[in-house]
Design a protein around this ligand. Structure first.
Ligand code: ADP
Ligand code: MG
Length: 389
């Protein structure tokens, strides 16, 4: 926490906006990206979820937009929620600058409103690849004068099958532009894309900082499938604070959420089957603590920026180690301790748990929460540790 945003020579309107947003010090990725991006160089950046990538690209882009009224930016993000989050952050940064306007181009929303907004010739265009391409095809969006391109969470956009759409969109952009590409991970695919979309990029990779380790206490319970719901009820009764419960399918998310509602919990479900306005509402109501429990599938929960989650419960154990990391990363934010409980109901799941925790040896059972069930004997093990990531 050494620097402040004053050191970057940003427009005073932007410094004022950052102060209002209570951004006092840049995060590590911001500190590395902002000065380089302000010189106009392309960037390939990576750092973990929650490290502040949105402002890392928004600050230098908005700073340049403030100085050059004819400049324009296109930001592509993988999901509607993420696009909304980015548009929200950028809107806060340009408050009071009447010559800057934003438009959000996402699916699941009436296109008419977007068409009207596009006619005002906005300088900041944020969207998902599907809807942006849709507007290009309709002729309602022109990108020939785009000066900045941001590809946020490019790894997820590839996972979601957007590579062809992204390619089509980028073909419509001028070659003379500044491109900022961000990913949570770097692999050969990303490198290949960087090779074709970026020009001599600065590579900025911020490792997990040691001074802010996440503190997440992880434990697992061996529970037969048929007993899971009963155990869930007991675990929920023992826990305070906001809780996210992960299940494998949309149907299960709905049914568990319904059963918990019948048991008088303040609960909602989020999954890919919800309409856009329903998802929005659910996230908003969970954020403002109208609900204490959210039942989620992996796809719906990724990238959600909700920072008050205290407990993660894996009702269904994830199928891949990577999903496990993403799930438990929902808690333990900003120095607070988080708790992650995994129900394990098969030898395969137990094996994956051990692989994830790099631990082949069965250990003594510890009891972080009081148990009232007779399923104690199924409890395989529990422990606390610090994880980063
Ligand atoms: P990422 O894209 O790397 O996952 P985000 O950009 O979503 O991370 O930021 C995570 C959280 O950190 C957000 O709630 C954001 O408001 C907050 N944040 C980002 N930068 C700062 C900062 N410099 N000061 C305070 N909070 C910040
Ligand atoms: Mg992000």
């Amino acid at each position: 926490m050494s620097n402040t945003f004053q050191t970057y020579n940003l427009p005073s309107a932007l410094l004022g906006a950052l102060a209002k947003m209570q951004y006092d010090h840049p995060t590590a990725i911001q500190d590395q990206v902002i000065p380089v991006a302000l010189t106009g160089q392309d960037i390939l950046g990576s750092s973990k979820t929650g490290s502040g990538k949105t402002a890392a690209f928004s600050i230098p882009v908005v700073a340049q937009l403030m100085d050059r009224p004819e400049a324009r930016v296109l930001v592509l993000a993988p999901t509607r929620e993420l696009a909304e989050q980015v548009a929200g952050v950028m809107s806060s940064m340009i408050r009071g600058c009447s010559h800057l306007r934003t438009v959000l181009l996402i699916g699941g929303e009436p296109i008419g409103k977007q068409l009207m907004r596009l006619r005002t010739n906005p300088n900041i265009i944020v969207g998902t690849p599907g809807r942006v391409e849709d507007h290009l095809c309709r002729g309602s969006l022109h990108l020939q004068r785009t000066t900045f391109l941001v590809l946020d969470e490019i790894d997820r956009m590839l996972d979601m099958g957007f590579s062809i759409q992204i390619d089509k969109i980028i073909k419509r952009l001028p070659i003379e532009r500044q491109t900022l590409m961000f990913s949570a991970t770097l692999d050969r695919n990303i490198e290949r894309l960087a090779g074709s979309y970026l020009r001599q990029p600065a590579r900025i990779n911020v490792e997990v900082s040691d001074d802010e380790p996440k503190n997440i206490e992880e434990e697992s319970l061996y529970v037969p499938e048929a007993a899971k719901f009963q155990v869930l009820l007991e675990q929920l009764n023992q826990r305070e604070g906001s809780i996210i419960v992960f299940v494998r399918t949309q149907i299960k998310a709905d049914s568990i959420s319904y059963q918990l509602q019948q048991a008088n919990f303040k609960v909602c479900a989020i999954h890919g089957g919800l309409k856009q306005h329903q998802r929005k509402r659910v996230i908003k109501d969970f954020r403002n603590k109208h609900y204490t429990i959210i039942v989620a599938t992996d796809v719906a929960a990724r990238g959600l920026d909700i920072d008050h989650i205290k407990h993660v419960i894996n009702y269904d154990f994830p199928q891949a180690a990577e999903d496990y990391t993403h799930r438990i990363g929902r808690t333990g934010r900003a120095g607070a301790t988080g708790f992650a409980l995994s129900m394990i109901s098969s030898p395969q799941e137990r094996r994956l748990w051990r692989i994830i925790h790099n631990d082949p040896v069965e250990k003594e059972v510890k009891r972080p929460f009081r148990q009232s069930t007779n399923f104690n004997r199924f409890r395989s093990r529990s422990f606390g540790r610090s994880v980063s990531g």
